[in-house]
Ligand binder design. Structure first.
Ligand code: ZN
Length: 423
């Protein structure tokens, strides 16, 4: 086993960890917690993305009340000796897994529309939770009966610290979107409107910020401009790509000296799109990483975003049921080649289909969020309709879910859904 260079204790709060404190903002001045040489393999552990706010119980209000200013708690930064701005940092994920000796469960949540929301929040405005048992790489849930499968394990989040200039650019462009929304809420396509809507972006906030090993005074100032880790950006970040599992390689643009790599938000499994937002099977985990440096790689390969070589590790499913959607809203409004709307419609088709087999809508939502479904942009040229598809692997169900098998319909209980939504 490689040396554990960043260790977590899932029973302690995020600011009382045994080694270096995890951090939860992107800022160029966060000091290195780990140093690594090229060619060395080291193990990094991370808390779950909320820092332990969700427990193995039947209380959905933990999801309703989750403090999202704290997310995501990351391991690192790792200073890779020799990496300089303009290089590409090559990161190999040799192995990864749950912290099974310390935490044997994962969780999935539907966020409340008033706190976080999600892709289908206008259909599922109330908070709900499912707890998943993690047995090696196999997952199952008492809240979602008759589903059991090998998950597609991956870190939802991996990236490098931004330069000062890049951070300023992020803050500026995201603030512009926030301002635009404030001026005219209807001007933002695909954003659910109404009083209880989630924000269009999350500006920097000191609230909930943890800046790793920065000294407290400096940390306070840095938190006022540190970018939230919610969206993916040019440094990688929260890209939630399910295929970056064991055996994957990522090339990250290096924006600061040492690269300053960070990782976290482990998922036991996730479907393309992570449609519930708290949508994967969230858990603490570890990854064994090895670094290399491609000198001047950003120029040589003309990239300023990460590039990925996904590994070959399964699960590899053979049989799927594929749902399709087009860029027409639920209200019948024709949109122009809008893949977002098309994917929503494909997901809603899948949810309605699963309901016929006895699942509730919330259960179906959690199935599509956690099972390694393949989401595709099948067509983006056939005006006016984009076509998106969602392919659901049949093998994750313990019964035949193909058309023609409605005899297999049964009462399958429900998730735990809050009975006291936030006002
Ligand atoms: Zn996650």
């Amino acid at each position: 086993m490689p040396e554990v260079k960043f260790e977590v204790d899932v029973d302690s709060p995020p600011d009382e960890q045994p080694g270096a404190n995890p951090f939860n903002r992107w800022h160029p001045d966060i000091p290195a917690a780990v140093e690594a040489d090229v060619g060395e393999t080291l193990r990094l552990e991370a808390l779950d993305w909320t820092g332990g706010q969700i427990e193995d119980n039947d209380d959905p209000n933990e999801i309703r009340d989750v403090d999202l200013t704290q997310v995501h708690y990351l391991a690192g930064p790792v200073h890779v000796n020799g990496a300089e701005p303009g290089d590409l940092l090559k990161v190999d994920f040799h192995n990864m897994g749950p912290l099974n000796d310390r935490a044997e469960f994962g969780f999935t949540g539907t966020f409340s529309q008033q706190n976080g929301g999600g892709f289908l929040t206008d259909h599922f405005p109330d908070a709900a939770k499912s707890i998943w048992d993690i047995d090696g790489y196999t997952v199952s849930s008492r809240h979602v009966p008759d589903v059991r499968y090998e998950g597609k394990i991956h870190p939802g989040l991996a990236g490098c610290l931004p330069s000062k200039e890049l951070l300023e650019e992020w803050n500026e462009r995201e603030q512009e979107l926030i301002d635009k929304h404030e001026e005219d809420p209807d001007s933002i396509p695909n954003h659910p409107t109404g009083e209880a809507e989630p924000g269009v972006a999350n500006p920097p906030t000191e609230e909930g910020a943890q800046m790793g090993e920065m000294d407290p005074e400096e940390a306070e100032a840095a938190a006022q401009e540190g970018a939230r880790t919610v969206p993916p950006r040019e440094n990688g970040g929260n890209h939630d790509i399910k295929d970056l599992s064991i055996g994957s390689t990522i090339y990250f643009p290096v924006y600061v000296e040492g690269g300053m790599f960070a990782v976290g938000d482990f998922h036991a499994s996730q479907g393309d799109g992570e449609i519930t937002f708290c949508g994967a099977i969230e858990m603490p985990g570890y990854v064994d990483v090895e670094f290399d440096i491609v000198k001047d790689g950003m120029d040589k390969y003309s990239v300023d975003h990460p590039i990925f070589e996904p590994g070959h590790r399964g699960p590899n499913f053979e049989d799927y049921i594929t749902f399709s959607g087009y860029s027409v809203t639920e209200d019948g409004e024709q949109r122009y080649l809008d893949s977002h709307t098309a994917y929503r419609r494909a997901c809603l088709e899948g949810i309605e289909y699963l309901k016929q087999f006895g699942y509730t809508g919330q259960q179906a939502l959690h199935i599509l969020g956690t099972v390694p479904v393949e989401g595709r942009q099948s067509g983006v040229v056939d005006v006016p309709n984009a076509c998106s598809t969602l392919a659901l692997p049949k093998g994750v169900f313990e019964f035949d879910v193909s058309p023609g098998n409605l005899d297999n319909s049964a009462d399958r209980g429900d998730l735990v859904v809050t009975d006291n939504p936030l006002e």
